[in-house]
Design a protein around this ligand. Sequence first.
Ligand code: TXA
Ligand code: MG
Length: 320
Amino acid sequence: MAEILAIGEAMEQALALLEGGDVVAIPTETVYGLAGDATNGVAVARIFEAKGRPRFNPLIAHVADRAMADRIAGFDPLSAKLAEAFWPGPLTLVLPQRAGNGIHPLVTAGLDTIALRMPRGFGGELIVRLGRPVAAPSANSSGKISGTTAQAVAADLGARIGLVVDGGATPVGLESTILKVENGKLRLLRPGGIGAEEIEAVAGAKLSRGATGIEAPGMLASHYAPGAAMRLNVEKIAEGEALLAFGRNRAEGWERAVALRNLSERGDLREAASNLFAYMQALDLVGAATIAVEPIPFEGLGEAINDRLARAAAPRDNTA
Ligand code: TXA
Ligand code: MG
């Protein structure tokens, strides 16, 4: 079983694991990540193994600073502006790789682009100490809800990894927003911890949506799937359902719900995002066959919340 150590006492052990080509679960501002040295193929293979990923999807490489990012990838002016505005933070940029950057090809699934992010807090400090970028997908087994607490990560992956660094509940609660600049235009590959409006304000341009080609396999239809079925935008609760609520007004028949969690009593989308995965998991544990979800507005982080809910509700694809 994985050891859980508080951030204050975990640095040396986490560093030793990374230096030895092993993996370690670490807190970031978005969700917990399952980290390994991005220049070490064995470490990266261990990440896939621990997650039980059926396919080698490209991973996000995490950097300590812009200098490290510049050694790995080329920045066009718009990407540079976004990095300046949002790093460190919940933004991932897909950029062209530089030749000979040392990143193991398993990180990028052999693509000539790479997804880069600069995390806040413990992760950032760990990368500074290691002196190399760290590949880290969300710390959950394939197809499961992303872990937002050390306990959730340990319950899911604990048998397969040695250490979970406990930084408490992750403040954002959703994965990073993934963007790619193509021919000077900005494309949203995955809605996430920074709302589209905030990005558009900095970019001075609209985001385009709708992925083409490979893009985000994290976008496989059935991802973040709880064991229970999910029913979205409900106005009326059916017998035996658990209720994932939002805001002050309850869906009709809410008193019937076998369990209830409110993402945000006061209708705050940031609070809702930070509670989303933990509450889906909590309702799932109650054992109800279906989790009914009240409508969530689409603005700001609501886009990412609705995206994750739609994936959780999608028909289960057991290859994902
Ligand atoms: O908040 C986050 O982003 C978390 C924390 C741990 O940093 N990480 C995370 O990683 O969500 P993961 O592996 O679960 O999701 C990475 C996403 C996938 O959807 C993948 O397809 C996409 O990034 N991705 C990676 N490299 C890419 C590339 N070169 N082009 C397009 N998409 C890419
Ligand atoms: Mg993930």
